[in-house]
Each structure stands twice: as C-alpha cells, then as structure tokens.
Design a protein around this ligand. Structure first.
Ligand SMILES: Nc1ncnc2c1ncn2[C@@H]1O[C@H](COP(=O)(O)OP(=O)(O)O)[C@@H](O)[C@H]1O
Ligand SMILES: O=C(O)C1=C[C@@H](OP(=O)(O)O)[C@@H](O)[C@H](O)C1
Ligand SMILES: [Mg+2]
Length: 183
C-alpha cells in the first residue's frame, strides 16, 4: 500500500502525509527530503545553481524510485505532476490524493516562506494563481481522490482522508489507526 500526496506548494502534503502515516503506523517519506539528501544541498540552492530542469531530472529519478519501493505514505513536491511520466508512475503505483487548495489559502499559509524557490518573486499570489491554473488539471490527472483543504484543520483532513480510503477499500481491514493522543 502506498498513499501518495500531490498538490500546490503549501497545500499541506508534507504535514498531512506525516500525520496520516503516524495514524496508520506506516513509514513516511517526502520526496523533497530524499532529493535534498541526494543533492547534499537545499532545493533552493540547487535551483539557483543548476536551474529548474536539472531539479526536475533529479525529482523524476527519485519519484520513480520511491513510487516503486516505498511502502507507506509518500508526499511529493508541488511540481511532481509536471512530467507525464511522473503522473503515470504515481497513478499506477499508488493511491494518489490531490490536496486541492485555492491560491489564496496557500498564499495565506506561505506568505512568509523563504524556502520555496518558485515563490521568491515580487508577487507570490499572482505566481500561485498561475501555478494553480497550469497544474490543477495535472493534479486531477494523476489523482484517484480529490480532498478540498481550506478551512478544516490538519487533523480533520487526516480523518477525512482515512474515511475516504476506508470507504474505497484501500485500507487493509486489520489496519489499526492510532488516535493522535496515543501516538
Ligand atoms: N489544513 C491546514 N490548515 C492550516 N495550516 C495548514 C494546513 N495544511 C498545511 N498547513 C500549514 O501550511 C504550511 C505548509 O504546509 P506543508 O505541509 O509544508 O505543505 P506542502 O508540503 O504541500 O508544501 C505549514 O506551515 C503547515 O503547517
Ligand atoms: O511547486 C514546485 O514546483 C515545487 C514545490 C516544492 O515542494 P512543496 O510543494 O512541498 O512546497 C519543491 O519541490 C520545489 O521547491 C518545487
Ligand atoms: Mg512539502
């Protein structure tokens, strides 16, 4: 079983993925963390030095590897769906959940962010709107489920996702979910 999160930067992939893995008692991995380990530097530094295409090549190799070998929860970076091969690999190898967030919600969460290279621009909200328009169809193409984020808290969203997966028969019957207080 591999549950994979896709969505805009700031949609909550890393935060929700980690909590869902904890509730399910399964391993969690974030492809951006694996990429940074492999590069030996931050994604921001690598973007600045080598450019976006070089980053996408590393990202594609890491996603190919993790989508085949990781069992548990996999959170991806916001651009994971840009390449057709990535969308196909993610869709065919896991249950893909698109965390849909509006550009405005994401802007509210990330307005003080200094880590995400694509948002280090004069007008990050316009950039997020453009990213949303270009990527929303790609996230939907890769996904099996769409979860609306926005008002609900992270723990509410995790509960909604557990219910969706259970209803769709993607949680083993014996899976014991741990309550947040107990984990
Ligand atoms: N549903 C939510 N409600 C409030 N804050 C959230 C929610 N989801 C994520 N956040 C916050 O938004 C920020 C970005 O979340 P993160 O998990 O890093 O997003 P992503 O990995 O998709 O870029 C974090 O500070 C996180 O705590
Ligand atoms: O949207 C993007 O293209 C990117 C999103 C980032 O991940 P998050 O979505 O976790 O911020 C990271 O992979 C890189 O900065 C590129
Ligand atoms: Mg992330």
């Amino acid at each position: 079983m591999t549950i994979i999160f896709v969505g805009l930067p700031g949609s909550g992939k890393t935060t929700i993925g980690r909590q869902l893995a904890r509730r399910l008692g399964v391993p969690f991995v974030d492809s951006d963390h694996v990429i940074e380990d492999r590069l030996g530097c931050s994604i921001r530094e690598y973007f600045a030095r080598e450019g976006e295409e070089a980053f996408r090549d590393v990202e594609q190799a890491v996603l190919d590897d993790l989508s085949q070998h990781h069992q548990g929860v996999l959170s991806t970076g916001g651009g994971s769906v840009l390449r057709e091969a990535n969308r196909r690999h993610l869709h065919d190898r896991g249950q893909v959940i698109y965390l849909r967030s509006s550009p405005e919600d994401v802007y509210r969460r990330l307005r003080h962010d200094t880590v995400r290279p694509l948002l280090q621009v004069e007008d990050p909200l316009s950039r997020l709107r453009a990213l949303y328009d270009a990527r929303d169809p790609l996230y939907r193409d890769a996904a099996h489920f769409v979860i609306e984020t926005g008002r609900p808290s992270v723990s509410t969203l995790v509960n909604m996702i557990l219910m969706q997966l259970e209803l769709a028969g993607h949680l083993p019957a014996r899976t014991q979910t741990h309550s947040p207080a107990a984990s």
